[in-house]
Design a protein around this ligand. Structure first.
Ligand SMILES: [Ca+2]
Ligand SMILES: [Ca+2]
Length: 419
């Protein structure tokens, strides 16, 4: 055998050795974490998850009962049966799997799709993020709701099935399944609890950028001779407990009742449920089937409404696309807090745009009343004329459809109550 031929054989042997080791190395990558079993073949895997996330990758994998959050590319994603939309045909299925590790989950082999596709998918995911707060408390899970500790919070909501331990208070079964296997949460008002002891439980963050008006729905059970109060708050900027948007006090009968309340926000927010103990041990208050969905709803029951919520809901002209298109593309929708906003920007080069949305008390007070209401540029602004100047005005008005015109009519504009 010639030396050249021997060299050739060695080259081939080396090449094969390299291939085998590369294959092993990729196997090692796939088995990072506490188990080398891929998620797809786990015996307890309950539901397949497929979806999109902000980082513009599509992913799929398997969630397990009781599993609440996974981390994918440092983004927290809530995984729940049917909570995420499937990757459409033709769009690259990016990940080869999501693997369980000591720190949560990780994706394998991600790859980006084209930008034009991704914008749509990203939007779709944000819409889905509204569902983060949904929970039926089944499989003994709080989903992503968390009991608060400290502050005005004295004790915790507990997961339970069937009747609560105290007679003549609390539900017999949960609301979702209406049988002994269904779960709900409740406040146990027996000793060591005292009158006015409070338990807070908070939802995960809810994204409000795609749809600014949402409806929070839930089922409550308030039966017993010493029922205290159930209060629902909308938490913005992380300040607890936030704005009181729904409240009921005292017994409401021995049945599950549906509660709902409309919400608006231009920022992400969360919900907080506060259970308060009445003056005795027969005061178990229970909650089941909580959810947040896009769109307006009336407060239910109406006696639970707070001033500045439904009694004063008004129609506003809204636009959810690029503000430059909001001169022409509009839609009328109910806004919960009785404020409509047009935020107008005019640039030195003559370009201009408007952001039409539901307003909040804070925006009307600060961005309109204290900031721009006495600005001559805003008072005299004429949207149909070309103005070559930098102007920024946040108009807040308070009657039905008052922001249909770019600059709302003078008599509809918000004025400070004390002035
Ligand atoms: Ca607590
Ligand atoms: Ca349930």
């Amino acid at each position: 055998m010639s030396a050249g031929r021997i060299k050739g054989i060695f080259r081939w042997v080396f090449f094969l050795w390299l291939l085998i080791h590369l294959a092993k190395a990729s196997e090692c990558f796939c088995s990072l974490g506490d188990s080398s079993t891929p998620a797809q073949s786990r015996p307890n895997a309950a539901s397949e998850i497929v979806g999109f996330m902000k980082s513009k990758t599509c992913f799929n994998g398997i969630s397990q009962p009781g599993m609440e959050w996974i981390k994918v590319d440092k983004t927290e994603i809530f995984i729940r049966k049917h909570s995420l939309t499937a990757c459409p045909d033709g769009l690259a299925q990016i990940t080869s799997g999501i693997h369980h590790t000591r720190n949560g989950f990780e994706t394998l082999k991600t790859q980006k799709t084209t930008n034009s596709r991704l914008r749509r998918e990203e939007r779709r995911f944000l819409l889905d993020s509204v569902n983060h707060a949904q929970c039926d408390f089944e499989v003994q899970s709080f989903c992503s709701w968390r009991n608060i500790q400290g502050g005005q919070d004295d004790f915790d909501w507990v997961l339970y099935q069937s009747s609560t331990p105290t007679d003549d208070t609390g539900p017999k079964f949960d609301h979702t399944l209406n049988n002994a296997t269904g779960s709900y949460i409740f406040i146990e008002s027996s000793a060591p609890r005292n009158t006015l002891d409070t338990a807070w439980i908070q939802s995960p963050e809810i994204n409000a950028t795609v749809e600014p008006v949402h409806c929070f729905r839930f089922w409550y059970h308030m039966f017993g001779s010493s029922i205290g109060s159930l209060n629902i708050y909308q938490v913005t900027h992380g300040i607890l407990p936030g704005n009181l948007v729904w409240s009921l006090t005292g017994a409401q009968g021995s049945t599950w009742m549906e509660g709902q309340v409309p919400l608006s926000s231009n920022h992400s927010y969360s919900m907080l449920i506060s259970g308060i103990v009445g003056d005795g041990y027969q005061g178990d208050i229970a909650i089941d089937d909580v959810s947040v969905s896009p769109g307006y709803c009336d407060v239910k029951p109406s006696i639970a409404s707070r001033t500045n919520v439904t009694n004063t809901a008004i129609q506003c002209t809204l636009c959810k696309v690029n503000p430059q298109l909001c001169f022409v593309l509009t839609k009328v929708e109910m806004c919960p807090d009785s404020y409509c906003i047009n935020e107008v920007t005019n640039k030195e080069d003559g370009s201009k745009w408007v952001d039409r949305r539901c307003g909040t008390y804070d925006e009307c007070e600060n961005d309109w009343w204290h900031s721009t209401s006495d600005d001559p540029d805003c008072q005299d602004y004429k949207p149909d004329q070309n103005t070559m100047k930098d102007i920024h005005c946040t108009y807040c008005c308070t009657t039905d459809n008052c922001n249909r015109d770019i600059k709302p009519a003078q008599d509809t504009l918000y004025t400070h109550p004390k002035k």
